[in-house]
Design a protein around this ligand. Structure first.
Ligand code: CP
Ligand code: NVA
Length: 305
């Protein structure tokens, strides 16, 4: 039961995270050059999705294949988990057959419980609390375009959701200042705010939050599982739309990131992804490279006998 898990950015040291990003950039260059790199031959990743996904599923599945292994997609609809088999029992069985497990779910405690019973690495592919794999790609994207993020100012605009919580962890691990602008009542989890301490500042006015920012990021106003709140959120979050005009108030060399999927006309203006300051497509691609670096780090290569 001593496998290394990745449930949160706090499961790695800052030095390990920096190494993961450097490796992701190397793996990206290798792929561009057509170099085959298959350290995970004969290795199998199980992927348990209790919520929808485009990028996370594709990047883990393609990543495993490119590293020489395989990935198996599972959903509660077609496993015994959906019929009440305990999480711990499922973890014991899955980890006897697989080399790593990625989970996307609702309650973060489900992933923690699974990991507590798993003999193989467990990776958080998004929970209601955190989305650490996305932050690997976000940090890679900033660092490859602008160099170190240490000491920079990042503005998070919109919902204090799982992405915002993860930016709070990233502020600690990558050592930047995080300005968060959100409506009252939609602040991030107080535990993550406390963790970030003086690295985080709350604002109500998004214009104040983006002033001087080197990176601006946002996310959907209604996360998966909150669909019944959509109408209320559409009204409340209106002043928090990120537009070209809002970015004009940030640093001259600001970058804009969005984890996607985007809702144009809601959290971003219709034209924002076409703005040269937006690097959201590179960010999406970097899910692949960052997670390949993570898989290489967590999953032991097969030994040739
Ligand atoms: N950003 C992200 O996690 O996208 P998916 O929901 O498509 O996986
Ligand atoms: N906050 C969003 C992120 C989607 C990638 C959600 O949880 O739905």
């Amino acid at each position: 039961m001593n496998a290394r898990h990745f449930l949160s950015l706090m499961d790695c040291t800052p030095a390990e995270l920096a190494q993961l990003i450097a490796r992701a950039i190397e793996l990206k260059a290798m792929r561009r050059q057509g170099i085959l790199h298959e350290p995970l031959r004969n290795r199998v990743l199980g992927m348990l999705f209790e919520k929808a996904s485009t990028r996370t599923r594709l990047s883990f599945e393609a990543g495993m294949i490119q590293l020489g292994g395989q990935a198996i997609f599972l959903s509660p609809r077609d496993t015994q988990l959906g019929r009440g088999e305990p999480i711990g029992d499922t973890a014991i069985v899955m980890s006897r057959m697989l080399d790593a497990v990625m989970i996307r779910t609702f309650a973060h405690s489900m992933i923690e419980e699974f990991a507590a019973h798993s003999q193989v690495p467990v990776i958080n592919g998004l929970s209601d609390d955190l989305h650490p794999c996305q932050l690997l790609a976000d940090m890679q994207t900033f660092i490859e375009q602008r160099g170190s993020i240490k000491g920079k100012t990042v503005a998070w605009i919109g919902d204090g959701n799982n992405m915002c919580n993860t930016y709070l962890e990233a502020a600690v691990q990558f050592d930047f200042q995080l300005h968060i602008a959100c409506p009252e009542g939609y602040e991030p989890d107080p535990a993550f705010l406390a963790l970030a301490g003086e690295r985080a500042t709350l604002f109500r006015d998004p214009r104040e939050a983006v002033r001087g920012a080197h990176l601006v990021s946002t996310d959907v106003w209604t996360s998966m599982g909150q669909e019944e709140e959509t109408a209320k959120r559409l009204v409340l979050f209106q002043p928090y739309q990120v537009s070209r005009e809002l970015l004009d108030l940030a640093a001259a060399d600001v970058l804009f990131l969005h984890c996607l999927p985007a809702h144009r006309g809601e959290e971003i203006s219709l034209d924002l992804l076409e703005d040269p300051r937006s690097v959201a497509w590179d960010q999406a691609e970097n899910r692949l490279h960052a997670q390949k670096a993570l898989l290489e780090f967590l999953v032991p290569a097969a030994r040739l006998s």
